[in-house]
Design a protein around this ligand. Sequence first.
Ligand code: PHE
Length: 339
Amino acid sequence: MKEKLDGIKLAALALIENAVSTAELNDVRVKYLGKSGEISLVMRDMANVPKEERPAMGKLVNELRSVVENALNEKNAILAIKEEEQKFKEEEIDVTLSATGKRLGNLHPLTLIRRELIDIFLSMGFSVDEGPEIESDLYNFQLLNIPKDHPSRDMQDTFYINDNILLRTQTSAMQARIMTNQQPPIRVVVPGKVYRSDDDASHSPIFNQFEGLAIDRHITMGDLQGCLQTFAQKIFSSDTKVRLRPSYFPFTEPSVEVDVTCAMCHGKGCRVCKGTGWVEILGAGIVNPAVLEMCGIDSNEYSGFAFGFGIDRIAMIKYGIPNIKMLYENDVRFLKQFN
Ligand code: PHE
């Protein structure tokens, strides 16, 4: 019996010594101290030991049991620490690494330009108004001195919904709406979407216009020129020059087309201005007295100027954007450049 116990002790201590993980050690614990472990079985065998030897044997078995138990606990403590260290190492994170920054969105170039334009005209005493994109023929054309079947309707390819309802082709429709609702003095700008059946590198069927209207006593072409000069220098650069050329619009008389020195080359001539040093940016003029009268404003007492331009075109000139479609494709590689 004594030899048997010594054998168990040696074997158990060797297994404990060689165990490399707490899991393996637990197997050893079960093998010796588990319900049907070797030491437990020896305990159960005590019944077969002669009565007089039992106390001595019992003492030996108890000693064996505590030797094995202590060895298991000691080794377990060592392995547990090792395993914990290993785990920490595997889960280690380098807190000094720089974070992968979150990419924030940014405003669309058309929004940036629209806001800048609004700020410029607010600073000159204009207010801001908006109107419907689905418009009646009356405001879009008739009150602007463009009767049905007038040849000048060909200037704007219109999306008609029915004979009298259309998608507005120009923010000028708001001139008529404002003048029929409000007496002078009027100083208002109107940014908004407009629609024309037109589609190439510089025309999109949907685009954005910016309308200006000022009606008061004694308003002249000089006021228009000064206003546009200030606007052009603020939106482009302070050395921008403005040039007025005679033109025709049914709702202004006289009418002008307005050029500015190219924002890209400052008038030297480049790709954007096709070598001329000038780019056309808007149509304008003195509000046709016939329009004032149709809208209920006394043309003997009041006069005014109006202008209208494409926000898209301003953005294209200012940022050197070659194709208007880029403003509507929502390609992130394009848009993120305006951050
Ligand atoms: N509405 C005109 C257009 O779209 C521009 C314009 C506005 C011209 C105001 C004169 C006065 O072409």
